[in-house]
Design a protein around this ligand. Structure first.
Ligand code: MN
Length: 242
């Protein structure tokens, strides 16, 4: 199995190294990742300037850095390595739960794989002022998630999120009831007003969702799809309108 590993934190992130080390147990690994951090770039592609693809040293791995977004990296990686079976993205330093996935570069790398007809799995770990992920502690859970996901060919796009101290894994749906994006005003050292696009805490999530599973100490695995059609709304509309 050919496994392309990417991320949005940049090619030298410890999370990417940890993911590649587990991935190597499942097949041949090649790393293609952004040369600098591209977090919150979503599914952006670089359409107005050229991309470069440079071999770069990452211990024990064939690795290439790209001056572009996560989606650029997966597209270039697939172009140069025909054809990866699966793209693994992460392990991101920061959760990608609920509506956060709309902004996520980590999930976008996996999504780009699905757009190319490949399979993609995104991995994210929480990070805060009080907590940094211990990637060695997470590795057995990366292994368990891959063992459950990879043999199931029906799973073309999966979003995996770790809690701080995992005690198991479970399938979960995306929590979409709340949005945690928030504009926070501030002031720079010269007294000028500025703004941060930040996040605010959201209320407890409903049972069975990714946010709920992680709050229970479980690794949340959420199958995603590319079809954004609101099927229920479509079915309520008259079929004969041209
Ligand atoms: Mn990131």
């Amino acid at each position: 199995m050919r496994i392309l590993v990417s991320n949005d934190d940049g090619i030298y992130s410890p999370g990417l190294r940890a993911l590649a080390e587990v991935a190597r147990e499942f097949g041949d690994v090649r790393i293609v990742a952004p040369d600098v951090e591209q977090s919150a770039m979503g599914h952006a592609i670089t359409a107005l300037s050229p991309l470069r693809y440079h071999r770069t040293p990452v211990d024990g791995f064939e690795a290439y850095r790209v001056n572009g977004t996560p989606a650029d990296c997966v597209a270039l990686g697939a172009h140069h390595w025909e054809t990866p079976d699966v793209v693994l993205s992460g392990i991101n330093l920061g959760s990608n739960l609920g509506n956060t996935i709309w902004h996520s570069g980590t999930v976008a790398a996996a999504k780009q794989a699905a757009l190319l007809g490949l399979r993609g799995v995104a991995f994210s770990a929480p990070v805060s002022a009080d907590y940094d992920p211990d990637f060695d502690q997470l590795k057995p859970y990366v292994r368990e998630a891959l063992t459950r996901i990879l043999p199931n060919e029906n799973l073309t796009l999966v979003n995996v999120n770790f809690p701080e101290d995992p005690r198991g894994v479970r399938w979960a749906r995306q929590s979409v009831r709340h949005y945690d994006g928030a504009i926070v005003p501030g002031e720079d050292p010269m007294g000028r007003q500025h703004f941060w696009f930040s996040v605010k805490p959201v209320e407890a999530a409903e049972e069975g969702t990714d946010r709920w599973a992680v709050a229970q100490g479980l690794v949340a695995m959420t199958p995603l799809r590319l079809d954004l059609t609101d099927t229920a709304a479509l079915e309520r509309l008259p079929a004969d309108v041209q």
